[in-house]
Structures are given as structure tokens and as C-alpha cells.
Design a binder for this molecule. Structure first.
Ligand SMILES: Nc1ncnc2c1ncn2[C@@H]1O[C@H](COP(=O)(O)OP(=O)(O)OP(=O)(O)O)[C@@H](O)[C@H]1O
Ligand SMILES: Nc1ccn([C@@H]2O[C@H](COP(=O)(O)O)[C@@H](O)[C@H]2O)c(=O)n1
Length: 226
């Protein structure tokens, strides 16, 4: 069995959903590195920090007591995220954090700290780690590397459907489909510099596959590695 499975891809490609299911099927640890960048971004916003100050944000990432653990509350969360003991699991999903996170993640000082932490988390093996640069930078020796993708329209459609489900169709705070698509497109652009598909990653185009089909496809690649 491949000990370390890296899953990368753009926003809304299905990395977290598929990564969590796959980890559960295999009995592996699941690590969503996006949550780590989001937690740092949340803390920076919470403290009113300058998002362009890479050195200060790197120090923040280094000193922050960010803990990602198994979900303690059954409210649809994949995991619980705390910063200095405060539960910020849902706070890191707000659009305010979504708009700030790429800027924070773009600083090499922040990446250096979080990449080191991610390598430490993965050091015991038996892990499914999802993000943008896992197969290329964080774990270049991962035994299996996958790159999930889908068209911009399909990824925005999924994100919008998720919001309708969570917020309700008639919620005045629900953004329009066009706004959601613009947000996804903007994050694609902002993440471009740190979005590094590994040259040896298997590309899985999920446009016409449902979650179960994506999982089955990936499980075939896992079996081939056995
Ligand atoms: N193959 C699929 N078909 C239909 N819906 C999907 C598929 N994969 C994921 N989804 C749905 O699309 C939404 C986005 O998926 P998910 O959050 O896993 O993406 P992600 O790649 O982790 O995105 P991000 O990087 O923004 O966190 C979720 O609501 C999920 O249920
Ligand atoms: N390996 C990674 C993972 C994430 N990022 C940055 O974090 C943002 C949030 O990630 P989500 O998967 O939760 O959407 C993402 O847009 C990137 O800016 C990263 O740089 N590297």
C-alpha cells in the first residue's frame, strides 16, 4: 500500500471530500493543509495584522498554537481546528478568510513554517495529505501522487450547490452563482504561483465523475501500487 498519498488540485476540485473518504477507507490519517493556511490567515485577520508583511506572518505561523484534531462535534465538520484553544473550525471557512488566505499563503516565510509542520505530520506515513503543492514540494517522495481537476464552471457549480445546501436557497446572504464563480476564478489566479502539480502526478479529471466514481478511480491507482 502506498504510505503517503498526495492529492493536489485547484479550489473545488474535490480534494477534501475525496481525501477524507479515501483516508477513512484505508484507515489512514487525513491532513488538509489548506486548513493550516486558513488558520494562519484567520489569526492574522483577528489580530488586525498587515497581510503584506511576510516576516511578521511567518513569525505568527511559527508561534501560533494551531491544532487540527478529530471532529469533537457532529456538525458536518471534517476535523476540529483550534488556535490557542479557541474553536475556529467554521471561522476559517468565511469568505473574509477565503479572500485573505492566498495572500497569506503567498509569503515564503509562511510556507517555510507550514511545509516543515506538514512534513512532520506526514513523517509516520499512512497519510492522505491534500493541498496545492504536496506532491511537488511537501512530499516529493510520496508513493502516490494525484492531481484532481475539473472545469471552472463545474467547480463553481459544486461550491454553489454546497452553499445552497448549507445556507438555504432563499437566504439573502447567499451569493449568486456568478459571484461564486468569480471567487473561484480569483483564487485560481492568486494561487497560481504556489500551485505546483508534480510532474509525476496522475491527473484525474473529475468533470464527469461523481464522488463515488472519483474514489473508485483513485482506489484502482492505490491497488496498482500494492
Ligand atoms: N466529483 C464530484 N462531483 C460532484 N460534487 C463533488 C465532487 N467532488 C466534490 N464535490 C463537491 O464539491 C464541493 C467542493 O469539494 P471539496 O471541498 O472537496 O473541494 P476542494 O478541492 O477541497 O476545494 P478547496 O481547495 O476550495 O477546499 C463539495 O461540496 C463536494 O461535496
Ligand atoms: N498546500 C497548500 C494548501 C493551501 N494553500 C493555500 O490555502 C488556501 C486555502 O486552501 P483550501 O484547500 O482550503 O481552499 C488556498 O487557496 C491556497 O492559497 C496553499 O498555498 N498550499
Amino acid at each position: 500500500m502506498p504510505g503517503r498519498i498526495a492529492i493536489d488540485g485547484p479550489a473545488g476540485a474535490g480534494k477534501s471530500t475525496v481525501g477524507e473518504h479515501l483516508a477513512r477507507r484505508l484507515g489512514y490519517l487525513y491532513c488538509d493543509t489548506g486548513a493550516m493556511y486558513r488558520a494562519v490567515a484567520w489569526l492574522a485577520l483577528h489580530r488586525g495584522m498587515d497581510l503584506n508583511n511576510g516576516a511578521a506572518l511567518g513569525e505568527l505561523a511559527e508561534k501560533a498554537d494551531i491544532v487540527i484534531s478529530k471532529p469533537q462535534i457532529a456538525d458536518g465538520r471534517q476535523y476540529t481546528v483550534t488556535v490557542h484553544g479557541r474553536d475556529i473550525t467554521w471561522d476559517i471557512r468565511t469568505s473574509q478568510v477565503g479572500r485573505a488566505v492566498s495572500t497569506v499563503a503567498g509569503h515564503p516565510e509562511v510556507r517555510r513554517v507550514l511545509i516543515q509542520q506538514q512534513r512532520a505530520i506526514a513523517s509516520k506515513g499512512q497519510i492522505v495529505m491534500v493541498g496545492r503543492d504536496i506532491g511537488s514540494i511537501v512530499l516529493p517522495d510520496a508513493e502516490l501522487k494525484l492531481y484532481l481537476t475539473a472545469s471552472l464552471h463545474e467547480r463553481a457549480r459544486r461550491r454553489y450547490a454546497e452553499m445552497v445546501e448549507r445556507m438555504g436557497e432563499h437566504n439573502p446572504a447567499l451569493p449568486s452563482f456568478e459571484e461564486v464563480m468569480q471567487d473561484v476564478e480569483k483564487r485560481d489566479q492568486d494561487d497560481q504561483a504556489n500551485m505546483r502539480p508534480a510532474p509525476d502526478a496522475i491527473i484525474v479529471d473529475t468533470d464527469h465523475l461523481n464522488i463515488e466514481q472519483v474514489l473508485d478511480t483513485i482506489c484502482q491507482y492505490v491497488e496498482e501500487k500494492v
